[in-house]
Structures are given as C-alpha cells and as structure tokens.
Ligand binder design. Structure first.
Ligand SMILES: Cc1cc2nc3c(=O)[nH]c(=O)nc-3n(C[C@H](O)[C@H](O)[C@H](O)COP(=O)(O)OP(=O)(O)OC[C@H]3O[C@@H](n4cnc5c(N)ncnc54)[C@H](O)[C@@H]3O)c2cc1C
Length: 421
C-alpha cells in the first residue's frame, strides 16, 4: 500500500526584513526552523538602511527620563535642537507623549536600566558570534568610539550614564580636548572634553549588513517573499496563517519585526504597540580631509560622524513625528552645519541624504517576547535608537522563547502586552 506523503513542516513567518527581522531569521534558521521572511520592501530599505552604524553596547540609560521630560518645553521652542517635534504631527503625538510622561518616573527608568543591562550583554556576545557565522567581518571595525563635549555642563550631563557604565565595568577613558584631538585629528579647538570607549565597534555599511544576512539566509535555504502582511488568522490562542491581501500562508509561528509599522499588525491580535516615528536624518559627504577612523559623537548636538565605506556619514538627531510624513530636510542641513563647527575643513560635497523612522515606544524599552493572547506569536520591535545594536540579542531571545525557555526576569519590563488591548 502506498504511504501518504509526509506534509512539509509549516514555516515560521518573520514579518519584516530590517536588521531585527533578518537577524531573527538567521538565528531561527540556525536553530533548525524552516523560516520565511515577508516584507513589501527589499531587505534593509527602511530604518535599518541609514543608521549611524554604531554598536552601542554601552548605552544603558533609556531616553525616557525625568530630565528629558523637563527639556520638552525647550524642545518645542527650538526647531534646530537635537530633540524636536514635527509640529504638523503634534496632535497625533499627544497620547504617546502622555504615556512618555508617565513612563519618565524613577521606577520605570530603573526597569529600563535593568533591561538594557541584560540586553547589552547579550548584544555584545551575539554580534560577535553573528559576525563569525554570517562571515560579516569585512563590514565591521573595532576601533572604539569617541563622545566629545563642547561645554563642561554638557560633559557633566552624562555623569549618570557614565556612573552606570562604570558600575558595569565598561572600559572608558575621560580625556581633555587635546587628547580628544589626538584620537580624532581635525576636531575643533573648542572641544573641551571627551569620553573614549576603546571597545566600541561600528559597521562601515549598515545596509550591507542587512543584505549580507539576507544573502546568507537564502543561500542556506531560507525564503524571502516580497509581500505586505495585511492580517493574521487565528484559532483560539494560536496564529494559523498570515494574510497578504488575497494570499493566505499557513504558518507554525509568527515573529513581528515590522519596525515602526508593527502596530498595524499587533492590532489584528488585540494588543497595542504605540510606536511613533522618531525621525532621524543622515547626510553622506565625500571623505575629504578625514584623518580619523572611529565614530565621533558630538553629544550635545545628538548625532554621530561615522567614517563609512561610501564616505563620511553624519547621522542622528531626533524629530518626533507621525508615520509617513514628508521629511523636514532642514534637519539634514543642520547636520552639515554641525560638521563644519565640530570638524572645520573636514568633509567634501554632499553625496546623498536620507530620513529614517526609528520605531519608538513611549517607555523607550523594546517589545521582546510573546504576544499576550497568542502563544505562537513573538515580538521584536520598538528598538528606537539601538536597533542595530540589539538585533542579534533580540534574535537569540526569540529563539530561546520558541525553544521553551523563559526570558531573564529583567526583561519582564519589555513584555509586548504592557500597553494593553
Ligand atoms: C539617523 C539614525 C541613526 C541611527 N543610528 C543607530 C546606531 O548607530 N546604532 C543602532 O543600534 N541603531 C541606530 N539607529 C536605530 C536603528 O536604525 C533602528 O532601531 C533599526 O534600524 C530598526 O530596525 P527594524 O528592523 O526594527 O526596522 P526596519 O529597518 O524599519 O525594518 C522593518 C521592516 O518591516 C517591514 N514591514 C513593515 N510593515 C510590514 C508589513 N505589514 N508586512 C511586511 N513587512 C512590513 C518594512 O518594510 C521594513 O523593511 C539609528 C536610527 C536612525 C534613524
């Protein structure tokens, strides 16, 4: 008697081919899962395309804090400051800002510090192993990083974070202006202080990190389909299929890594992901007169100057906004002005500019874990300023959850269900 064919195992569907989705797809693949990645764009074309490239494992203090809250009125008045608000989005932003204000309490900040402590440790180990296993070495540089300060007051404002870093044993050197200029030749004479992190690592092409992961994933049998996920079918507390318009794909599990658009998917599963677009900009300039190799961040201006494969990248600043609004290009012009005052005479003609929407939840903790009502749906979004840094850590944590392990208790505060239904 002919035996009936064994049905093929259903795949895990990873929604989103940004850095978080692709790192997650690779980790699941290595764990022996059959994985399909679904995205309506090519891998790495959204926020993961143009970041500053810094693996910020020393970033341990969430941005949602009482001192940041106190600066909001000033933010509203200064369209050229490091933090600003896209005024046409103001009404849309109000509920998010109310949640932000509630989350800027000392008890919430502590939860964030504890969560970031765990996540950054995981990030450090997991990036090292991903670079090896996906053969990404040529895209990364371990040259340290330098934060520079134009005023003593600016330097003092970083004291709390430095104390937290020191308690963790982070290697750092506090330097005066002259030593900063030795570390990054060309820095302006008015720089008074710096903090050098000798173990800092950066990529020279964030976009190519995503495409390299995607190529490796496909080469090892993974599938990437160009499709927008429009819904999720459920049966009781299980997701059974993802919908892409008229197409229905049966699945074994779902991982939501759709960046800023993740809330469009979670609402099908009856929980909220109140994400704003924390808009950031980059400008690429020709690397004329560049005599430094490490990323330099003028902290008071809130951006990074990173030597990259395609030129010198000026990337950062924050403009809170609603999704999919036209860019405020004067924010990019500002980055060029900043470069002129921090590194006079450095950098040539502009070659391109870009805006990206950091996916930011009001408490500035990512959502990592199981969805509240469906036990085979997992979440990895809301990584705000550190999505590149935390991508491989998120990936590993999701694999562990799928394998039946519990997350460390410090990550309970990253539960995706914390914003309710
Ligand atoms: C100026 C700037 C500088 C930054 N610098 C750094 C840095 O130095 N270090 C660092 O760690 N981080 C940095 N970041 C943050 C980092 O870039 C982000 O946190 C990260 O890229 C987010 O990745 P993601 O995969 O979650 O989102 P994305 O890269 O946006 O990917 C989400 C994907 O989901 C897809 N998607 C959405 N909806 C659907 C749907 N319905 N169906 C199918 N697919 C869908 C999208 O098309 C997209 O491809 C910076 C960000 C900016 C803007």
């Amino acid at each position: 008697m002919a035996s009936s064919p064994v049905p093929a195992a259903l795949p895990v569907a990873v929604i989103g081919a940004g850095i978080v989705g692709m790192a997650t797809a690779r980790a699941l693949q290595r764990a022996g899962r059959q994985v399909v990645v679904l995205d309506n764009e090519d891998p790495g074309r959204k926020t993961s395309f143009g970041n500053a490239g810094f693996i910020a494992i020393d970033h341990v203090l969430p941005l949602c804090r009482p001192d940041v809250l106190r600066r909001v009125p000033k933010m509203l008045r200064d369209p050229n400051g490091p933090l600003t608000i896209h005024l046409p989005s103001l009404l849309w932003l109000l509920p998010w800002m109310a949640r932000f204000a509630l989350a800027a309490r000392d008890s919430e900040v502590k939860k964030g510090v504890d969560a970031f402590g765990t996540l950054m440790e995981e990030a450090n180990a997991s990036w090292k192993s991903e670079i090896q296993s996906s053969n990404l070495g040529e895209l990364f540089r371990s040259l340290g990083a330098l934060y520079v300060y134009e005023t003593e007051a600016g330097f003092q404002s970083g004291a709390h974070e430095r104390a937290l870093q020191a308690a963790k044993g982070t290697a750092m050197e506090i330097v005066d202006g002259n030593r900063a200029r030795e570390l990054a030749p060309g820095l302006a004479p008015h720089i008074v202080k710096g903090v050098y992190y000798p173990h800092g690592m950066h990529t020279i092409s964030p976009y190519h990190v995503v495409t390299a992961l995607a190529e490796r994933f496909v080469a090892e049998g993974g599938r990437i389909e160009k499709a927008k996920v429009t819904g999720i079918d459920v049966d009781g507390n299980r997701a059974t299929a993802v919908r892409m318009g008229d197409r229905v794909k049966p699945v074994d599990a779902v991982v939501i890594c759709a960046g800023r658009a993740s809330g469009d998917i979670t609402r099908h599963l009856r929980f909220r992901a109140p994400l704003v677009a924390e808009r950031g900009y980059h400008v690429m300039v020709e690397p004329t007169n560049v005599r430094f190799t490490l990323p330099v961040s003028p902290s008071e201006r809130g951006f990074f100057i990173t030597p990259m494969r395609e030129g010198l990248r000026l990337a950062g600043t924050v403009e809170l906004g609603a999704p999919d609004k036209p860019p405020s290009w004067h924010r990019a012009d500002l980055l060029v002005k900043h470069l002129k005052s921090i590194f006079p005479g450095v950098g040539g003609a502009e070659t391109s500019r870009w805006m990206g929407e950091r996916p930011s939840l009001p408490d500035f903790r990512p959502a990592i874990g199981r969805a509240p009502h469906h036990h085979n749906v997992y979440c990895g979004y809301g990584h705000q300023h550190v999505g590149l840094t935390l991508a491989t850590a998120t990936a590993r944590l999701i694999v562990r959850l799928m394998d039946g392990e519990a997350l460390p208790p410090t990550l309970a505060s990253c539960d995706p269900g914390r914003f309710g239904s």
